[in-house]
Design a protein around this ligand. Structure first.
Ligand SMILES: [Ca+2]
Ligand SMILES: [Ca+2]
Length: 198
């Protein structure tokens, strides 16, 4: 029984690594950076740049620094729900102006899933995505996600600044992954990556 469990765990781990790495490497071409005036930013990708939606893909981010927490709302006009659709976040923890390839240097990363689970993660080489080296997400203490057929996702995220040892202003790396089955075969266009200062 124990061996079967170990085998199942290994399969899940390898499958999720494969999926995440594929998705992440493929996302390099959909990178954008932005500079905000207030505490919100909007990013857009044309139908030629992505296959998350048939029309223009939008990601809207608003944020608020609180005494203990950084709170962030991320809206994505994805048109189909999947438990594994997710927003990933990482920060320039050592404040050298770049998100490092090695997550340990900048203090780690995290993914927030559509089914209200989350997990810690790690940046892959290239620095434009996040591969999640985790056995599996667990119920999230830090976000809630809602999905609407007309407007898409709203991820309401709030976590202690101490979790990433961050304070404002700080360079932020945000990735959205649309976990459609077909994204396994065409990973490059099922998501988007943005970097901006919050
Ligand atoms: Ca989706
Ligand atoms: Ca850095």
């Amino acid at each position: 029984m124990r061996n079967i469990l170990k085998f199942a765990l290994a399969v899940v781990l390898v499958a999720s690594l494969f999926l995440n790495i594929l998705l992440t490497f493929g996302l390099l071409s959909n990178y954008q950076s932005g500079r905000s005036v207030g505490n919100s930013l909007a990013f857009a990708w044309s139908p030629l740049q992505q296959k998350v939606v048939n029309g223009t893909l939008w990601i809207n981010v608003t944020w608020m620094w609180q005494t203990e927490n950084l709170s962030m709302t991320v809206k994505v006009n994805d048109d189909d729900y999947h438990d594994s659709d997710n927003v990933g976040l990482a920060f320039d923890g050592n404040r050298n102006g770049v998100i490092e390839e090695d997550f340990r240097i900048d203090g780690g990363a995290a993914a927030f899933f559509a089914d209200n689970k989350s997990c810690g993660g790690e940046l892959v080489k290239g620095g434009c995505g996040i591969a999640f080296f985790s056995i599996g997400p667990s119920p999230s203490k830090y976000h809630t996600c809602t999905f609407n057929n007309q407007t898409g996702y709203q991820f309401k995220i709030s976590f202690p600044k101490a979790l990433f040892k961050i304070d404002h202003p700080i360079l932020t790396h945000l990735i959205f992954i649309d976990a459609a089955l077909s994204s396994l075969f065409e990973p490059g266009i099922y998501g988007a990556v943005v970097e901006f200062e919050v």
